[in-house]
Design a protein around this ligand. Structure first.
Ligand code: SF4
Length: 211
């Protein structure tokens, strides 16, 4: 974390809520997380992703997020994804998606898949007709490896994430599980098999590449 005394004397760049990668518009709506991933750049005080400084000085309001989306029709997709877990602001997220829906070609949510665990109910029906695609961080082929890398704050996170995916299949047309290649003990082939068993897609990710 940054030193308060130095941050007070330097001019911080304005916080970035909306940013563009390739032809997609990304929305960075919170820095809070359910996980504490050991590989996360923010735990190494790295908040910059491809020149975008994603550290928030406050959580953006609904209006700020909608404004940050720009003209949704200009992008291939709108993606809820920043250095934080978007579903920790589920109701704001859903309201933003509702507002953007008429103009957005596609709305994707990058998530840790722990929203059902956090909210104590199945929230996936809330996503119906609003979220077109989910990218869910599977991250490991078993709970032990997952816990080692992702260090969840809540018990039962790995199974809860898999349950979230099972539930979401009914309400979100496209689901892709992701895992990062190169982390010790992570078996990418085994992760892909889990996705196949769940009848969802799979994507191998590269460390520190957002998408
Ligand atoms: S879920 Fe993402 S932002 Fe949160 S700790 Fe893990 S890598 Fe970092």
């Amino acid at each position: 974390m940054s030193d308060q005394s130095t941050s007070a004397t330097r001019t911080e760049p304005p916080q970035i809520v909306g940013y563009t990668l390739r032809d997609s518009r990304y929305l960075n709506i919170t820095n809070r997380c359910t996980l504490r991933c050991a590989f996360c750049p923010k735990f190494n005080d790295q908040w910059t992703v491809q020149d975008y400084q994603l550290r928030l000085d406050h959580e953006p309001t609904l209006e700020e997020i909608v404004a940050a989306a720009g003209n949704p029709e200009d992008y291939r997709e709108i993606v809820f994804c920043g250095l934080g877990e978007p579903t920790l602001r589920l109701y704001t997220l859903l309201e933003v998606a509702t507002r953007l829906r008429p103009r957005a070609r596609r709305i994707r949510l990058n998530t840790d898949g722990l929203a059902n665990l956090v909210y104590g109910r199945d929230v996936t029906p809330d996503m119906e007709s609003l979220i077109d695609a989910l990218s869910v961080s599977l991250n490991a082929q078993d709970a032990e490896t997952y816990n080692q890398h992702c260090r969840p704050k809540l018990p039962g996170a790995y199974e809860a994430m898999l349950d979230f995916v099972r539930c979401a299949r009914e309400f979100v047309p496209e689901i892709t599980l992701t895992a990062i290649d190169g982390l010790p003990g992570v078996d990418i082939a085994a992760c892909e098999k889990i996705a196949q068993r769940l009848k969802v897609g799979f994507r191998r990710r590269v460390l520190n590449v957002v998408g």
